[in-house]
Design a protein. Structure first.
Length: 290
């Protein structure tokens, strides 16, 4: 396959959409695999924390709904009698889910990068390239940005309470733009093989406030289109009765896969658009390309 690292340095919207369509098939594969793993984690949680075994689950499937509520309430009551086990269990579950999501992003980004660089799109290749440091650094970056958000939001709330509530009209968009400047961290970690500190520095330098404003505008437009599409499908589903439930389910599945594919393409663009690669004759001007 031919390397195409220059595709994102021209019309970014066209490139993100085109590459996003190419990412649908690989995304479906990853989504199915990770869905199975998620279900296994859920079963592990239920079996270890709540004492739900296959016999109990079969009883829930075939039992009376009222009786099932009583059984579930009894199991939950047993859990609350051991708060330490409950806290440890939910903490472990939270860590597993965050780790799983980080693995998903690392895998799809590696697959995306392989497609762009002409190395193929197989899950096996991407899996062999994903390292523990990628997942750990993604988790740490999410925690760090989350901490920045909460601290910034707290400061913003204090200023608004001291000065004027209407100050939030100015501060909230500024906070969003500020946070968007960290949006290239994950692709820098996975595609650029950067350390956590290098990824933060890279994202802050290449995602200027002007570029963050373009990103925010794009997200706003996509959000409006998504809302309109969801409303139309919901209205159609309501008119179709039972068949409408199937249509709604398929639509949600499609939108989730498309969102992951386009989101992956977008994050891939954040890296390749502003980074110099072998054979790139655009020089440092590529960094300043809007």
């Amino acid at each position: 396959m031919e390397s195409n690292t220059q595709m994102f340095k021209g019309d970014a919207v066209k490139a993100v959409w085109s590459h996003g369509i190419n990412m649908i098939k690989p995304t479906i594969v990853v989504s199915i695999v990770m869905f199975i793993i998620s279900m296994l984690i859920m079963l592990l949680l239920f079996s270890t924390m709540l004492g739900w075994d296959f016999e109990f689950l079969s009883q829930l499937m075939s039992g009376n709904p009222i009786d099932n509520q009583a059984l579930i309430k009894e199991k939950m009551g047993n859990l609350t009698q051991n708060p330490i086990k409950m806290v440890l269990g939910f903490t472990a579950f939270f860590i597993l889910i965050i780790g799983l999501q980080s693995t998903v992003y690392a895998l799809v980004l590696k697959m995306s990068g392989n497609i762009v660089e002409g190395n193929g799109s197989t899950l096996g290749l991407a899996w062999s390239q994903v390292k523990g440091k990628h997942i750990v650094n993604i988790i740490l970056s999410v925690m760090a940005v989350g901490l920045i958000y909460f601290v910034s939001a707290a400061i913003m709330a204090i200023l608004a309470s001291l000065i004027s509530f209407f100050l939030l009209i100015i501060l909230i968009p500024l906070l969003i733009l500020f946070l968007l400047r960290f949006s290239a961290i994950v692709p820098a970690i996975v595609l650029g093989e950067m350390s956590l500190s290098e990824a933060f520095s890279y994202s802050w330098n290449v995602i200027t406030f002007r570029r963050a404003a373009y990103i925010l505008l794009g997200l706003f437009v996509v959000g409006i289109i998504s809302i309109i599409a969801s409303l139309v499908v919901s209205l159609l589903a309501g008119l179709l009765g039972t068949l409408g439930m199937v249509v709604s389910l398929l639509f949600n599945l499609f939108t989730n896969i498309l969102s992951l594919a386009l989101g992956t393409s977008f994050m891939t663009a954040l890296y390749y658009r502003y980074t110099l690669h072998e054979g790139d004759d655009s020089g440092i001007e590529a960094i300043g390309t809007e």
